[in-house]
Design a protein around this ligand. Structure first.
Ligand code: CO
Ligand code: CO
Ligand code: CO
Length: 347
């Protein structure tokens, strides 16, 4: 019987080259919709769109789906749900409802396998307190699964990419390296322990981290994004671009999944390679180990949250995250954009 990942063109490769072209198409669709109730849309490359209903209530909407990155259907469903929900958390929102999106081959895995994918997703939604309202399925040779998620947020408490401030501290939750570990597993290079820690990371909701950050004094968090297909550097670039700043990371402080550095040194992931081409205004210091630089460009699935926050709130956030069992680290700071126009500096 075919494995689930056999139904994917490139398992573990969340290369976003296509998305880059789509962004250009979106830009060509000017004039964009003009409506003062649009608080956030695609123009700031944010995690989700935000639309104001009333003075104290706004809608957060996102959609995310991808091909199988693991062979266990229940895990695949869980990861797809955790990943889709994450974009709402990354805006500071509370996810409430979801719609499933599935592409399934005519002659695909047996119904009980498909059922497990949906069950994994539903269980993860339930854990997040999100209800499934419906969905849509199409026939496709490649399996794809995910959700459109709708959440709620106060219009004054949206974490957009555009508001990172020079002087902010950068805090990252979860460890980097899911792309490298998934890919190494596909070719039989990873150990069971490495694989299990990557899976444990991918099925973990960003719910706790987001809730703690949202509970900080109003205005403490200036920007937030989750780390997914563009990798740490790609998503940091989006924040820097939108906010007119430079994000400076200290390589030695970055949390890495167990074994990820060794696997990265041995295997260049294909998504990572296309991501390398994508970043021009990024500098990597001479002392940064190449495998760490690679992990910073590694496409992540259901990665952590990157918070840009006021220095006086950073210690409190770290303490609360640690107390709640969330893996997190202070990984750098936000600087004013220099004359060199660099967006992300890794040193
Ligand atoms: Co995102
Ligand atoms: Co997304
Ligand atoms: Co955001």
């Amino acid at each position: 019987m075919k494995k689930l990942t056999d139904y994917a063109d490139c398992a573990g490769c969340a290369s976003k080259l296509q998305a880059v072209d789509l962004e250009r198409i979106m830009e060509d669709l000017q004039p964009a919709h003009v409506d003062d109730r649009i608080l956030v849309d695609f123009r700031t490359a944010d995690d989700a769109g935000v639309y104001r209903w009333s003075a104290d209530s706004a809608l957060v909407q996102t959609v995310d789906f991808f091909t199988p990155i693991v062979d266990d259907p229940y895990l695949y469903g869980q990861i797809a749900a955790a990943n889709a929900l994450s974009d709402v958390y990354a805006m500071g929102g509370e996810p409430r409802t979801a719609l499933a999106i599935a592409a399934l081959p005519k002659e695909g895995p047996p119904p009980e396998v498909i059922r497990e994918i949906f069950r994994g997703g539903s269980d993860k939604l339930r854990e997040a307190g999100v209800v499934l309202l419906g969905g849509h399925t199409v026939t496709d040779p490649e399996i794809k699964f995910g959700y459109s998620v709708t959440g709620h947020i106060h219009p004054d408490r949206v974490w957009t990419n555009a508001c990172a401030r020079a002087g902010d501290i950068l805090v990252l939750t979860k460890a980097l390296g899911t792309g490298v570990v998934v890919r190494a597993t596909k070719f039989g290079f990873s150990t069971e322990v490495q694989w299990e820690s990557a899976v444990a990371s991918m099925v973990t909701l960003n719910h706790t981290a987001a809730r703690i950050a949202a509970g900080l004094r109003a205005g403490s968090i200036s920007a937030c994004t989750d780390i997914t297909g563009f990798g740490l550097i790609g998503h940091a670039t989006e924040v820097a671009q939108a906010s007119g700043t430079t994000l400076a990371f200290t390589a030695g402080t970055l949390p890495l999944l167990s074994g990820a550095a060794e696997l990265a040194a041995a295997n260049l992931p294909c998504g990572g390679r296309s991501n390398l081409v994508h970043f021009r205004r990024v500098t990597v210091g001479p002392d940064v180990p190449p495998e760490v630089a690679l992990l910073c460009m590694d496409p992540q699935t259901s990665g952590g949250l990157l918070f840009s926050l006021a220095p006086d709130a950073a210690v409190g956030l770290m303490d609360q995250l640690t107390a709640a069992g969330v893996r997190a680290a202070t990984v750098g700071r936000v600087e004013p954009r220099g004359a060199d126009d660099v967006l992300v500096r890794l040193s």
